[in-house]
Design a protein around this ligand. Structure first.
Ligand SMILES: [Zn+2]
Length: 55
């Protein structure tokens, strides 16, 4: 189901992408986490993709 409302899209975008992914086990962690909640690794990467063109 595609989202057409741009305002809604922005909210969804932030909800979905504002996460930290563990490089070790691939678990999703809440934004602001410093350690993985699953393996406690600090090797986290932010999940950020560009859906719309933002610069
Ligand atoms: Zn992990």
């Amino acid at each position: 189901m595609p989202i057409t409302d741009p305002a809604l899209l922005k909210i969804v975008e932030e909800r979905v992408l504002n996460k930290l992914i563990c490089r070790k086990c691939g678990a999703k962690n809440p934004p602001g986490a410093t350690k993985c909640r699953r393996c406690r690794s600090r090797n986290l990467r932010p999940k950020r993709k560009r859906i719309g063109v933002k610069k």
